[in-house]
Design a protein around this ligand. Structure first.
Ligand code: LLP
Length: 417
């Protein structure tokens, strides 16, 4: 459930008409609903019940400081994948002790930063990374808490670009090698083995692969205990899907409950979740304006002011996101349109074959754009990145200004020759 809805045929975010936001800040523009973020976060947090647990929001989904601050105030933990994300979490008021650090390519500098601020755990993906973390920790006179990301080899049945738990993916270590690698980890003087983790993919709409992966990890935890390695936390990663169109993923509370129930009898094991999309996707929309309507030989095009550089998911993953008018009261005929941007690529579209009743200057909202939207934006075609707005009931906060053309040139140098 989210707080984007029509009232008198005007699309609102909470108590604010989005057409007002579009007029005030211009388009394109991302808009997030604070109440929706909070609702989704609580759905995860409440459903884990008595099992000790920590929700580590996956910062990569949306890393605006204001968004992170909403979650920091709820007491959230964070899953990060770079030094930059760590600095964002700290800047937004997040607690370093609740940060887990994922990713296959952590640099020595990023590891040092994590150790200096005292993060909860490094989610390690290879033998060589173990050695690197140990040597950085030794040079700082510290002990690094680590978890090994195990690749359970289950098919998440999602888009191949966002499936991560199969044998031919670059992520994690093989189940068959996991015990050896844990023993290797335990042999380092400056590493402290505290956890186990996995992440099998993103936009999963079925609970079965999650449970299969969990069972593999639970069996491994028992096997490790036989080798004297005690695991304190189990991090199940993120990946829960959302409804973009007609998908019916389990709700966060159903998913969390199903996982937590599997841990009956293991009440000393802390459960960590790393949701990104399930919290943020439907907490945000991208506002755009129709510039021109154009009749092609076989199709109608609505050329809008947002493009693939602002929201790349449709172009990159053939993702379907709903596109709806901000003002649904305009008396017009519906027609089928491809909603395309001004970028010089055929792949620059936000949606295809959409039935809409539109005219130039009308505003549209691309729904489910709160996750992997702004964070994946680029300056392709020298287009400044768009503003972000956070709605809190009837209050409108600008949480990122529109980038200026001058900012685009800021770091460029014309050689003097
Ligand atoms: N944990 C790890 C280690 C991850 O790699 C990811 C996402 C998450 C958690 C959060 O997954 P989520 O709950 O959001 O599914 N750009 C793509 C999605 C890439 C996901 C990468 N990893 C998209 O727009 O669909």
């Amino acid at each position: 459930m989210d707080y984007f809805a029509y009232k008198n045929q005007q699309l609102f975010a909470e108590d604010v008409a989005l057409e007002e936001v579009a007029k005030q800040f211009g388009t394109p523009c991302y808009v997030y609903s604070k109440a929706t973020i909070e609702r989704h976060w609580h759905a995860f947090n409440n459903a884990a019940g008595k099992q000790p647990h920590l929700i580590c929001y996956a910062v990569k989904a949306n890393s605006n400081l204001a968004v992170l601050n909403v979650m920091a105030k709820l007491g959230s933990g964070f899953d990060i994948v770079s030094g930059g994300e760590l600095q964002r979490v700290l800047k937004a008021g997040g607690d370093a002790k609740k940060v887990v650090f994922s990713g296959v390519g952590k640099t020595a500098e990023e590891i040092a930063l994590g150790l200096q601020v005292g993060i909860k755990c490094f989610n390690v993906e290879s033998r060589s990374e173990l050695a690197r973390i140990n040597s950085v920790a030794a040079s700082l006179g510290k002990t690094a808490p680590i978890s090994i990301r195990v690749n359970p080899d289950v098919d998440a049945k999602t888009h191949p670009y966002i499936s991560t738990g199969l044998k031919d993916n670059k992520f994690g270590v093989e189940r068959e090698q996991a015990v050896e690698i844990y023993k290797y980890a335990a042999s380092f003087a400056n590493l402290n083995v505290v956890g186990i983790d996995c992440h099998i993919g993103s936009q999963l709409t079925d609970i079965a692969p999650f449970v299969d992966a969990l069972d593999i990890l639970l069996a491994l935890i028992d096997e490790l205990a036989e080798h004297g390695i005690k695991i304190q936390h189990l991090d199940v990663g993120g990946g829960l899907g959302v409804t973009y169109d007609n998908e019916t993923p389990p709700h966060p509370d159903q998913y969390t409950q199903a996982i937590a129930q599997r841990l009956t009898g293991r009440e000393d094991l802390m459960l960590i979740f790393e949701p990104g999309r399930a919290i943020m996707a439907n907490a945000g929309v991208l506002l755009t304006k129709v510039e021109f309507l154009k009749q092609g030989a076989e199709k109608n095009f609505a050329i809008v002011d947002a493009a693939m550089n602002d929201l790349i998911r449709p172009s990159l993953y053939s993702a379907w996101q709903n596109i709806i008018p901000l003002n649904d009261a305009l008396p017009r005929e519906k027609a089928l349109y491809d909603i395309v941007g001004p970028i010089c690529e055929t792949g620059d579209f936000l949606g295809k074959g959409r039935a809409l009743a539109i005219a130039p200057d009308d505003y549209l909202a691309v729904r489910s754009a709160g996750a992997y939207g702004f964070v994946m934006a680029s300056n392709y075609n020298s287009r400044p990145r768009v503003p972000e707005v956070l709605i809190d009931k009837d209050v409108v906060h600008l949480v990122r200004k529109r980038e200026t053309i001058e900012q685009l040139f800021e770091n460029e140098i014309i050689p003097n020759n």
